[in-house]
Unconditional design. Structure first.
Length: 402
């Protein structure tokens, strides 16, 4: 048994943030029905990294495990009727339509809460449900740029530094996941559903709780120096440094201790909490020059022995094979009917009594349309009629990949 066994989620979201949030609910045991167009959700046709897969590209595969697919045309009157029938017994409805689309489709909160007052309705947007920027595109890089985070790293005068992950999408997904769980807890206590709103701009802004408080409460502005510090609000040295054969990361060492290890006498008389700020670029530069003289492993051994926080810089292959990652079981493997053996990141939480599991991989378009409709009370002839008319679509499950 899993924590959310018995709960049903209708996932009407696209791209990354919404599907990722819904997948988290599915990982905890919720029955997640991905309600997608008869041609398939947008992410099915957008292969990140060019990893297209066999029948399902890796982007979609990674964000839609533990879901069933109902492919239905919500623009059709019959399609709207199908969805409202499902809403009657749903616990969570999640969407990230552009502003105004939910209302045009008749799947907005006032409409669906009238069908099911216990419904937790999670509405995700780029900038908010209303306001001057509500219609701007909610795209990850654009939100990173607007958030101010890009100017907390890198060199002064050089281009701002975006994260190497879909950072805003990921934190928005986690925010929506948390909010859905909190609203479900409220419903269990009161019997009442409610509207939950999550937007990407607020998610990435509140993620910077400490950094922005340094600015708003501490009155310390962002200031990028002439060296590539990893964070403007952390003293030097802080960042990644080239060695004789690779790179290492170094975080806030005591300067006299560092000076003794790397042979930089300038640091011996320095006060870490004073000179680490006032001489930030100089300290970074001198550290970088010294670390070039030996290999990564040699430096890591000496720095670690001196109690200095340091570590290797991994690529993905090294990460996947790291002994702690293996010990933690960070990645999961399962068999998929079209993609074969799949290895992918697993779950960021552990439960002693109700562990998260992969019950099914990402579905084909409408793979479960027939069974979902039958569960909602549609008769066999009615389902056949919906399929024949094209309002609902299904994809037969192929023979398993050997």
């Amino acid at each position: 048994m899993s924590i959310l066994d018995g709960y049903r989620v209708l996932d009407c979201s696209i791209a990354m943030a919404g599907p990722f949030a819904a997948q988290r609910l599915g990982d905890l045991g919720a029955d997640v029905v991905k309600v997608e167009p008869v041609t398939g959700e947008w992410q099915r046709h957008a292969a990140a990294g060019g990893a297209k897969g066999n029948a399902i590209n890796v982007s979609f595969l990674s964000l839609n495990r533990n879901k069933r697919s109902l492919a239905v045309d919500l623009k059709a009157t019959e399609g709207k009727r199908v969805l409202r029938r499902l809403v009657e017994t749903a616990d969570v409805f999640l969407q990230n339509y552009r502003p105004g689309v939910a209302e045009r489709l008749g799947v907005d909160y006032p409409t669906l809460s009238a069908v099911n007052p216990r419904l937790v309705y999670v509405s995700m947007s780029g900038y908010g449900e209303d306001g001057p920027h509500r219609n701007l595109p909610g795209q990850d890089l654009l939100l990173q740029a607007k958030s101010g985070a890009m100017l907390s790293t890198g060199r002064h005068g050089e281009p701002p530094q975006p994260a190497g992950q879909y950072l805003v999408d990921a934190v928005t997904a986690s925010t929506a996941f948390e909010a859905a769980l909190a609203a479900l807890l409220h419903r269990e206590r009161t019997g009442q559903g409610q509207l939950v709103t999550v937007n990407m701009l607020d998610a990435i802004t509140t993620l910077q709780m400490q950094e922005l408080s340094v600015f708003t409460a501490g009155n310390v502005p962002q200031h990028r120096g002439s060296e590539p510090h990893a964070h403007v609000y952390i003293r030097a040295p802080y960042g990644t440094f080239k060695t004789a054969d690779g790179f290492l990361a170094l975080a806030m060492p005591d300067l006299p201790t560092l000076g003794r290890v790397i042979g930089e006498d300038t640091f011996l008389a320095m006060d870490s909490e004073v000179h680490g700020w006032t001489h930030r670029d100089e300290i970074f530069r001198l550290t970088a020059e010294r670390l070039l003289r030996r290999t990564t492993d040699e430096w890591l051994a000496e720095l670690t022995a001196a109690g200095i926080w340091c570590g290797p810089v991994y690529d993905y292959e090294q990460l996947v094979n790291d002994p702690q990652i293996r010990h933690n079981g960070t990645f999961v493997e399962y068999d998929h009917p079209t993609e074969g053996r799949v290895k992918t990141p697993g779950f960021p939480y552990g439960f002693e009594k109700t562990p998260a599991t992969v019950e099914r991989g990402a579905p084909l378009v409408g793979e479960h349309s027939r069974e979902v409709l039958a569960e909602a009370g549609f008769g066999a002839d009615e389902i056949d009629g919906l399929l024949t008319s094209g309002v609902v679509a299904e994809t037969p499950l192929p023979d398993p990949v050997p």
